[in-house]
Design a protein around this ligand. Structure first.
Ligand code: NDP
Length: 491
């Protein structure tokens, strides 16, 4: 009997191919019941605390301090002492050693941090494990490399540190935004007071453990937790030399108003409403993956999310059909499940904001599509959403939703795509999908956005500068450019 003649064995084909759950164990993380502030290398006891929770099921995780103006003042004083007592005059090669150490410890403890990030923030573990943690470590490695080369980075300009940096970060990439802020500040010889977002303080507090492990001198990095009032106290603190802020445009503008005339340095990384533009010669399946990554990555809680999709009219129908089909395969669920593609919305307030804007889209006349998916009963959840039939004037095409919601619009010519893409108060990022290199160059030169991706989206690298135009802020983070806000020059 030949191979071909062999009778085929009957195999039971499962009727249902759904994934079994593959939860990451949370045993690796030890969360304390209560956290104070990390100031001058010590834990300060808070007078008042609030509860931080897990957005996937609203489980209380820990009591966290609500820092007062006096607590902030102490943290700034500790940073000033550490600055004057040696950190600012330490040779760059010595500062680099600490940064390398921090990077290596983050790598070693990556799983622990990833689990905590997903638990406290709601993002899928595969994203915290494969994106947030590797990039946070990479940032420290990258800026460790610059610490002893500042004279080469800025020849003949005699760079020196600015002083004490007050850093305020948002909840969408808690540890990664910490790394974006802390690594260049320390590399340049500054000391830091950092305030994490109210809803996601836990990885920043765990990071204090890393600082101790790395034996970073006391007071070089200080962490105070609390809500917007703590952020405002840090902004107003007289002994802070520079404020670095990432968050909403509204708060960014408020900070800019408060700092006007004080002489304090400021960088702002604010909101976005990025255009992701697909031409008719693009590889459609590849583009669909980029669109999905562009808007559903991290539940769309991404300042540079590709939230406005512009499709050339001739491919509108096949592209939208492919996209909607792809959405049916996205798995929405437990952030700690390794199979989840879309996790929980970060907070009740953010969920409310998404719901309100989505309702406005329906009311204004857009057509909504959501794939069939069963959302968990507890916690904060929102199904991946696509709006078609969207007019430029609709709120969903204008305002930052910061959720898993895509607005699809069309265009006929490159000029029209460009005009529509640039028709926004923001200017953080954009994407272009086409097989023609010349068209990529033509578009990227004219798009008013700080970052433009071609045939990809949401790619980050510590060596590449990131920042906005217009209401998306000013100043750059990442790359050699990311050193400048933390340096003064004697020219
Ligand atoms: P915020 O801008 O309020 O938060 C960013 C950070 O600033 C947080 O640490 C926050 O503290 C702090 N903060 C709040 N008020 C002040 C203040 N007056 N002075 C100094 N610091 C302050 O963003 P939200 O969390 O309220 O999110 C609202 C919207 O902003 C989102 O829906 C989204 O559209 C956008 N956003 C954009 C981000 C981006 O990366 N571009 C990131 C986050 C949000 P606390 O967390 O305690 O409020």
């Amino acid at each position: 009997m030949t191979e071909i003649d062999k009778p085929q064995r009957e195999v039971d084909v499962p009727a249902d191919w759904t994934y079994a759950s593959a939860p990451e164990s949370r045993d690796i993380v030890h969360i304390r019941d209560r956290y104070g502030y990390y100031v001058g290398g010590e834990w300060l006891e808070p007078a008042e605390t609030y509860e931080t929770i897990a957005p996937r099921d609203e489980e209380p995780l820990a009591a966290v301090g609500q820092a007062t103006t006096e607590d902030v003042r102490r943290a700034v004083a500790a940073a000033r002492t550490a600055y004057a007592d040696g950190w600012s005059s330490l040779p760059g090669s010595e500062r680099a050693k600490y940064l390398f150490r921090i990077a290596r410890i983050l790598q070693e403890r990556a799983r622990e941090f990833a689990v905590l990030e997903s638990l406290n923030g709601g993002k899928p573990i595969k994203e915290s494990r494969d994106v947030d943690l590797p990039l946070a470590a990479a940032h420290f490695f990258y800026y460790a490399g610059w610490a002893d080369k500042l004279e080469y980075a800025f020849p003949n300009r005699r760079p020196r540190p600015v002083g004490v940096a007050g850093q305020i970060i948002p909840w969408n990439f808690p540890l990664l935004m910490l790394a974006w802020k802390v690594a260049p500040a320390l590399a340049c010889g500054n000391t830091v007071v950092l305030k994490p977002a109210e809803t996601t303080p836990l990885t920043a507090l765990l990071f204090c453990d890393v600082l101790r492990q790395a034996e970073l001198p006391d007071g070089v990095v200080n962490i105070v937790t609390g809500d917007g009032r703590t952020g405002a106290a840090l902004v107003e603190s007289e002994d802070v030399d520079k404020i670095a802020f990432t968050g909403s445009t509204e708060v960014g503008k408020e900070i800019q108003r408060r700092l006007a005339g004080t002489g304090k340095r400021l960088t702002l990384e604010l909101g976005g409403k990025a255009a992701n533009i697909v031409f008719d010669d693009a590889a459609l399946d590849q583009a669909v993956e980029g669109i999905v990554n562009g808007i559903y990555f991290n539940q769309g809680h991404v300042c540079c999310a590709g939230s406005r999709l512009f499709v050339q009219e001739s491919i509108y129908e096949p592209l939208v059909a492919k996209l909607e089909r792809r959405l049916t395969t996205l798995r929405v669920g437990d952030p700690l499940d390794k199979n989840s593609d879309v996790g929980a919305i970060n907070s009740a307030a953010q969920l409310e904001k998404i719901r309100e804007l989505v309702a406005s889209g329906v009311e204004e006349g857009a057509e909504i599509y959501q794939p069939p998916c069963v959302l968990p009963e507890k916690g904060y959840w929102f199904a991946p959403t696509v709006f078609t039939n969207v007019a430029q004037s609709y709120r969903i095409a204008q305002e930052e939703i910061f959720g898993p919601v895509l607005s699809v619009l069309t265009f006929r010519t490159p000029e029209e795509a460009l005009e529509k893409a640039n028709n926004t108060p923001y200017g953080l990022s954009a994407g272009v999908w086409t097989e023609k290199g010349s068209r990529i160059l033509w578009m990227t030169q004219r798009l008013r956005a700080g970052v433009v991706w071609a045939n990809t989206f949401n790619r980050f690298d510590p060596a590449s500068p990131f920042g906005g135009y217009k209401e998306s802020g000013f100043g750059r983070e990442g790359g050699r450019h990311g050193l400048e806000p933390y340096l003064e020059f004697e020219e």
